[in-house]
Write a protein that binds this ligand. Structure first.
Ligand code: SAH
Length: 254
């Protein structure tokens, strides 16, 4: 049997309009879908219906291996991630296993990474343009890196006056990390710094709140939320229609 191919596809945050035509095209011809069960559900029904291989969210390397094997056996395989597959998601895991296979001479399969709209971009669009100047994305999860590294990066990013997009901000298993992160940020940023809490952006039940670093309540934040913390230049205003906007100007004061 000839080798198939594998696409690591970003589904975007949730809304169908935020899924790229390339992602839709790869899904429409897939024989096999591999991914974390909620992301397989996010794909919705397909015709023809592919085989769906659901897995736990922590088994990324196993899932990557499984997907590469299915492709090597001739499948047209799609690994699904929410948002962008290269941002805290499956693309890196697939490449890690692809590299391991290359090292032992396993025949290659054609691999494509299909980008998607990442949570930070989607959340930013809802409130305006908070990522209009330099920003960085930090995952607060200490599942894949030591917490000391998270603290070091938060401190450095805060000192360098980046806007921050915080992914994986809190979960039941990680209840205190966001509180500690806020403490570190408050040491270096004004209390009035705008903060955006965007939950389930582009999905049913979406909520987006604008608050400040002083008023930010960590208990209002969960795993389905991305948190954007402004820099020293991030501003908010209310337009004549009463809508509140958040943006970071393009120019930085000299
Ligand atoms: N690959 C994804 C990120 C996966 S990490 C992307 O590019 O968006 C999972 C984290 O992403 C969540 O804990 C949350 O912080 C954020 N996230 C993903 N989708 C989201 C959405 N629709 N609304 C708000 N946050 C989201």
């Amino acid at each position: 049997m000839s080798a198939g191919r594998l696409a690591v596809v970003g589904l975007g945050p949730g809304a169908p309009a935020w899924r790229s035509p390339e992602a839709t095209a790869r899904l429409s011809v897939a024989t096999d879908l591999v991914g974390y069960a909620p992301y397989l559900d996010q794909v919705g029904p397909l015709d023809p219906e592919p085989r769906r291989h659901a897995s736990d969210n922590r088994e990324e390397l196993d899932r990557a291996d499984q997907a590469l094997s299915l492709a090597a056996d001739g499948g047209d395989v799609v690994v699904v991630s929410s948002g962008d597959p290269g941002v805290f998601a499956m693309a890196a895991a697939v490449l890690e296993r692809l590299e391991a296979r290359a090292a032992v001479g396993t025949p290659a399969v054609e691999v494509t990474i299909v980008p998607g709209i990442t949570a930070a971009s989607a959340a930013a669009a809802r409130v305006g343009a908070p990522l209009g100047h330099d920003f960085c994305c930090i995952s607060l999860s200490d599942v894949r890196k030591p917490w000391e590294i998270v603290e070091r990066r938060l401190t450095a990013a805060a000192a360098a006056d980046f806007v921050l997009a915080l992914y994986n901000p809190a979960s039941r298993a990680r209840p205190w990390q966001l509180g500690r992160a806020i403490e570190l940020l408050r040491e270096q940023r004004a209390e009035s710094t705008p903060v955006v809490l965007a939950r389930d952006v582009g999905r049913p039940g979406e909520t987006v709140h604008v608050t400040t670093l002083a008023d930010l309540d960590p208990t209002a934040v969960d795993m389905r939320t991305v948190v954007i913390v402004g820099s020293s230049t991030t501003r908010t205003f209310v337009d004549v229609g009463g809508r509140q906007w958040v943006y970071t100007p393009r120019d930085y004061p000299a």
